[in-house]
Design a protein around this ligand. Structure first.
Ligand SMILES: Cc1cc2nc3c(=O)[nH]c(=O)nc-3n(C[C@H](O)[C@H](O)[C@H](O)COP(=O)(O)OP(=O)(O)OC[C@H]3O[C@@H](n4cnc5c(N)ncnc54)[C@H](O)[C@@H]3O)c2cc1C
Ligand SMILES: NC(=O)c1ccc[n+]([C@@H]2O[C@H](COP(=O)([O-])OP(=O)(O)OC[C@H]3O[C@@H](n4cnc5c(N)ncnc54)[C@H](OP(=O)(O)O)[C@@H]3O)[C@@H](O)[C@H]2O)c1
Length: 423
């Protein structure tokens, strides 16, 4: 692909020229649409109708007058497409990371967008409140920081402020999302406290593809119905807790919860807690509780490989996720293993997974090694049976007097939206 940075050098393509060309009705059929349509606009260049930076396939390199006119046609077609897009109405469901960036992308194409968010602020999982909100999915807890470095998780066209740490805390992440939404004019397109309660195909759906979106504002009985050309579903996927079926669960008399509702470790002060799971929520919950609870057991399934946020004095993701590592997965696996084993002895700690790190979702935690080393957390095998006040483990060990069990066992696939789509 050849990028033509200054198309002006090849052909006069100011907006006036385009309009003039439009008036002249440059015959698109004369120059063949296939070549024109094969040209690609770079996403970034779609932002504005900037004629000086199109990206064309190399077959469309302008050499002759005919080619130049072809390029003008190409621009005209894209201009027309853009005008057509501009008339589209789009509903975006949810104003988390996915929803706000989808709204921005539609606005950049000149579409008429309405983003519906059921809560009173944007941010999705990054909007922290002390108490659970009705209908909320998983959200961050009070001590959570990102487990991906700011450079890896930022939007490609929007930096974190230079004052932000390498791994932003949840409040900084939320503030970042607000700045992004404000900068790109997303905020004014978000309707807060408005829940999408149904999505229906319109009467004309089979011919024009339109949808009916039914919404309800918080505290109101009235339902509003609006038709849209397109709908983007971005309502999150950490909503339905996965609670594994474990024998005797109904006999257990202690308290239990799922990591989805975990907000703070303080309420676990003085308790004997069993955390089930071996991924990020399990390790974070266990390490957070270790400072408050009397005892924390971490019951692992397949085990895991734990990597600290900083490796070789840089963030683990910039160190490990390099292009050549990813190209040679064997190398990545060996490097990753070394980083984990340098951090603490996984086999001794009882947490080591049998297959290599590349076969597991990355588990990032800075504190688990020391908490295990000083006995605040004891790693135990898989829980196979619940007893009245305790549990039996895979190796036959019985843990008695468990006050609280936290299932940090992930989420089920969320087909919620399919449920409320009425065909
Ligand atoms: C505890 C936790 C920590 C995480 N940490 C990281 C991390 O450090 N780095 C990383 O890269 N990823 C992390 N993730 C993954 C995270 O899910 C994504 O980073 C991302 O934030 C997900 O954004 P989303 O917009 O898809 O969904 P969500 O953030 O869940 O947003 C969905 C939004 O849709 C709204 N909504 C839902 N249904 C409706 C409806 N019917 N009507 C109107 N609004 C609706 C919700 O209120 C919510 O605001 C983490 C996930 C969890 C659970
Ligand atoms: N920023 C942060 O610090 C942070 C903190 C928490 C979560 N998160 C993110 O939130 C998302 C969800 O993470 P999550 O940890 O809640 O869910 P998850 O990644 O889906 O992990 C669920 C874990 O539960 C385990 N499990 C299931 N049944 C089990 C059983 N019977 N016994 C023992 N273990 C069992 C699974 O183990 P098996 O593999 O053995 O099946 C799996 O490791 C991820 O994207 C994660 O990165 C981020």
């Amino acid at each position: 692909m050849d990028t033509i940075q200054n198309l002006d050098q090849h052909v006069a393509t100011s907006k006036t020229d385009i309009i003039r060309s439009l008036n002249q009705q440059v015959a698109t059929e004369k120059y063949g649409k296939s070549q024109l349509l094969s040209s690609t606009l770079e996403t970034e260049q779609k932002k504005s109708f900037n004629t000086s930076a199109f990206c064309l396939s190399d077959t469309a390199q302008p050499e002759s007058e005919v080619d130049k006119e072809g390029i003008v046609n190409c621009i005209l077609l894209q201009f027309q497409e853009k005008c057509e897009m501009a008339m589209k109405t789009v509903a975006v469901i949810g104003a988390g990371v996915s929803g706000i960036t989808s709204t921005k992308a539609c606005l950049e194409q000149g579409m008429d967008v309405t983003c519906y968010e059921m809560h009173n602020d944007i941010g999705g999982i990054w909007y922290y409140t002390e108490h659970s909100r009705p209908d909320e999915g998983a959200t961050v807890y009070d001590f959570l920081m990102t487990n991906t470095s700011r450079e890896m998780m930022r939007f490609s066209d929007f930096h974190f402020p230079s004052s932000a740490p390498a791994f932003p805390r949840h409040r900084e992440m939320h503030a970042y999302l607000h700045s992004y939404a404000n900068k790109f004019g997303v905020t004014k397109h978000v309707q807060l406290e408005t829940k999408v309660i149904a999505l229906q195909k319109s009467a004309g759906h089979s011919s024009d593809g339109t949808w009916i979106v039914v919404t309800q504002r918080k505290g109101e009985n009235k339902k509003e119905t609006k038709e849209f050309d397109a709908v983007i579903v971005s309502c999150g996927f950490h909503r339905i807790p996965n609670i594994p079926e474990i024998e005797g669960f109904s006999n257990f008399k202690g308290e239990w919860s799922h990591s989805k509702t975990f907000k703070s470790a303080k309420p676990f002060t003085g308790k004997r807690v069993l955390v089930i799971g071996n991924a990020n929520s399990a390790l974070d919950t266990a390490t957070g509780m270790a400072d408050y609870a009397e005892k924390v057991y971490l019951s692992v399934g397949q085990g895991c490989w734990v990597v600290p946020r900083l490796t070789n004095r840089i963030t683990y993701d910039t160190f490990l996720l390099r292009r050549w590592h990813i190209s040679y997965l064997g190398i990545l696996d060996r490097k990753w293993r070394k980083v984990c084993e340098d951090y603490f002895n996984h086999r001794e700690a009882g947490i080591r997974a049998s297959s290599g790190p590349i076969h597991h979702f990355p588990t990032i935690n800075d504190d688990i090694g020391s908490r295990i080393a000083c006995g605040k957390i004891k790693v135990v095998p898989r829980t196979v049976q619940f007893l009245t006040n305790g549990v039996r483990l895979e190796d036959g060990t019985v843990l008695q007097d468990i006050d609280h069990v936290v299932f940090a066992t992930g989420f089920q696939p969320d087909h919620n939206l399919l449920v409320f789509i009425i065909f």
